[in-house]
Structure formats: C-alpha cells, structure tokens
Write a protein that binds this ligand. Structure first.
Ligand SMILES: *Cc1c(COP(=O)(O)O)cnc(C)c1O
Length: 386
C-alpha cells in the first residue's frame, strides 16, 4: 500500500468505499424497476439533504458548471437584470454564464479573502430592480464562506430570485434551503456530496418553477431545458420509467448510497464535523506561522482552507514535496495570486486521521523546502480539536 495517497483537494475528494462499490456493479437498465426505485429515492433524499421539502430536485449528467448553466438558462430571459455577488473565480464564471443568456449583469465583487458586506448588497438591491441574484456559498478559489441565510433573506425582502452555488458546500456547510428562502441550490457530485464526478444536482423552489413556467421565450439551451427534464424527474418520482437522455446509472446508484450515508450520520452532526475540521486546519496552519487567504474566522469556509506560502519557500517544489509525503493538495486558483497560495480540501468523509496526515505532510514539505519551524506544532492543533 506504499503508493496509496490521500486526496485532499477541493473535489474530487476521498469517497466512501460503499459509494465506490456502487460504481463497480454491473450497470442495470435505466428503466429497470430497481433503478427506478433508486432514482426516485435519490430525488427524495436530495430534498432531505437540501432541507427543501417542497423543492423540485434535478439529477442531470454533467458537472457543477452545468448545474450553474441549467439554473441560468431556465430562469433568465434576454434583457433580464441579474446581480452577481462575486467572492472569486466561480462568481465571475456565473456572470459569464448569465450573459450568454442575454442577462444584463452587475457584479458586486468582494476584496480577495473577504465577503461583500450585506449592507452593500442591500443597497444594490434597493437601487435597481433585479430579477435574480447569484452567490457562492463556499468560494473554492478563496476558501471564503458567505452568509447564505442572510443573503437568502435579502432576496425574499426585495423579491429577487436567489441562486446559491453550493458546489463546495452542500452536505458540508449548513444549508436550509426552504427556511432560508433560497430559490435554487446547486452542486456537483464530486465535492461534499461524496460521489465521483459526473452529476449536476440542483433543487429549485416552487417560486423558481413558477418563474420558469411564466417564461415567454424558449430556453436557449436544449440539453439543460427544464421542459425536457421536469417530466423525467416527475416520472421517476412517480416510479415510472421515462427517457430524455440516458442517466449515468452507476453514478445515480452511488448518489443514493452517499445521500443515505449523509443522512445516517445526521446533518447537524455532519455540519459540526466539518466545522471542527475547518477550525482545526486553520489553527494548524496558523500554528506553523502561515497566513490564510480568508480574512478571519467569521468568513472562513469549513470545507477547504487556502494557506498563503511563507516567503522563504520554493513554491514550485512544495506541492510535489507534499505529494511525496503521500498527500495530494491543490494549487491556487485565482489567476492573480496563483503562486501565492495553495488549497486543502477537507470535506465529505474527512476525519481526524486525514487531517493529521495532511498537516504532517505539510510540515515535512515546509521543512524540506527552506522553511524552518518546529515540527509538530500543526499536528498538535489537530489533536487538540479532536
Ligand atoms: C467546483 C466548483 C464549481 C465547478 O464545478 P465543476 O464540477 O468543476 O464544473 C463551481 N462552483 C464552485 C463553488 C465549485 O467549488
């Protein structure tokens, strides 16, 4: 087992072996009775995990970017005004997607490592009548966490549809879609949901489905059109076979398994475990004398961390060195700061041992690349938090 490495990037993550076993079973027909039950159950379990009992779930083959694209394509008509609250890379991507469908897009951009203050968002919503706003729950490029509850409430107050990019947060950070009044919460399978890449997952509120129903122009994306997918989801929910595009059968079976595991752990317990992992990792990084890209504890995500390199270090050799220590980490994602920081994913099945191994590998790699420090200061923090 000497070659086995620990994958600690912000997706894909380490998957549970019970989930991986679903990927290896002989692929059943997508219209077989067992698979129809599995699809129906996966849709139902999504509503539980999203905490959105009256929502309409969609399971579509694709990535998180497709989930973003689908939400935009179905809710935007040419000329609609949209507001993007951007905390980094994926917020700006959302602005590009919305523009493709003819939206007039304004962007409120946060300083790197920070969120956009709620007062600024409210001011913007007061100043102009928007149809829709998008925001990122956990920004994977900066490890910043937005206050989804309060932004959801602002959306309700100003009667603006809200789309939450939860690709790096669903099943990792607390989300109560229905209570918080968020119209679309979307994610991808390979992050905190804990299933190999390939599923675009989203739940739309009643309100969002009504806005979709009232469209006066056709959806400008054939594959993503809810008019094509809604009958399929409804059919499976009613335990009937239906076809628009072949579902990725094994991935859906794996999704059902993972959602069952998530709910078996219990959502509160799971969010708590992520909080503890995030806190422990940030404390470990700081104990080693490194800073984080996220500005303070209040705006720091619990599903990943983004430490800044110390100035003494050979940054090009660092990640390779961590890899030789048996742990795979990710580089920076923000183009302007790419070589100033790295990223550690700690979501999904992550446990104390993973964190210890990761911090241990970081400590060794720092030592081997010109940054002298006392070994064990980081791992001590992990032990203290668990
Ligand atoms: C990963 C990620 C995406 C993109 O997902 P893909 O599956 O890579 O298309 C979008 N938004 C956020 C917040 C992400 O973390």
């Amino acid at each position: 087992m000497k070659s086995r490495k620990l994958l600690m990037i912000p997706g894909p993550i380490e998957f549970e072996s019970e989930v991986m076993q679903c990927m290896a079973i002989p692929t059943p027909s997508h219209v077989s009775p067992d698979f129809i039950d599995c699809f129906a159950n996966s849709l139902k379990l999504m509503k539980d995990v999203w905490q959105c009992p009256s929502g309409q779930p969609f399971i579509i083959a694709g990535t998180g970017t497709l989930a973003m694209d689908v939400a935009a394509a179905n809710l935007i008509e040419s000329g609609d005004k949209a507001l993007v609250i951007a905390t980094g890379y994926f917020g700006l991507r959302y602005a590009e997607i919305l523009k493709r469908y003819g939206a007039q897009v304004d962007i409120l951009e946060a300083e790197v490592g920070d969120i956009v203050p709620l007062e600024l968002i409210e001011e913007q919503l007061k100043s102009k009548r928007y149809k829709l706003l998008t925001f990122t729950h956990v920004d994977t490029s900066t490890a910043v966490l937005n206050d989804a509850k309060r932004i959801g409430a602002l959306g309700k107050k100003y009667n603006v549809l809200t789309i939450l990019d939860g690709v790096c947060s669903v099943a990792g950070e607390e989300i109560k879609q229905e209570d918080w009044g968020i119209d679309v919460v979307l994610t991808a399978s390979q992050k905190a949901i804990g299933v190999p890449p390939g599923l675009a997952l989203l739940v739309a509120s009643k309100n969002a489905m009504q806005v979709f129903d009232q469209r006066t122009s056709p959806v400008a994306n054939y594959y993503g059109d809810w008019a094509n997918w809604l009958p399929i989801m409804k059919a499976y929910e009613n335990k009937q076979a239906s076809y628009f595009g072949t579902p990725p059968v094994n991935l859906v079976i794996a999704l059902e398994k993972s959602l069952q595991l998530i709910l078996k752990e219990g959502l509160d317990h799971r969010f708590d475990r992520h909080k503890r992992a995030g806190k422990a990792m940030r404390a470990a990084i700081k104990a080693l004398g490194l800073d984080l890209l996220s500005k303070n504890e209040h705006v720091s995500a619990n599903t990943l961390s983004a430490p800044l390199y110390p100035s003494q270090i050979d940054t090009s050799a660092f990640l390779k060195s961590v890899n030789q220590e048996g742990v795979i980490l990710a580089g920076g994602l923000l183009p302007q700061l790419k070589n100033n920081y790295f990223r550690i994913g700690h979501m999904g099945s992550v446990n104390k041992n993973d964190l210890l191994a990761t911090v241990g590998a970081i400590e060794s790699a720092l030592m081997n690349n010109g940054y002298s420090h006392e070994l064990g200061l980081g791992t001590t923090q992990i032990l203290k938090h668990f």
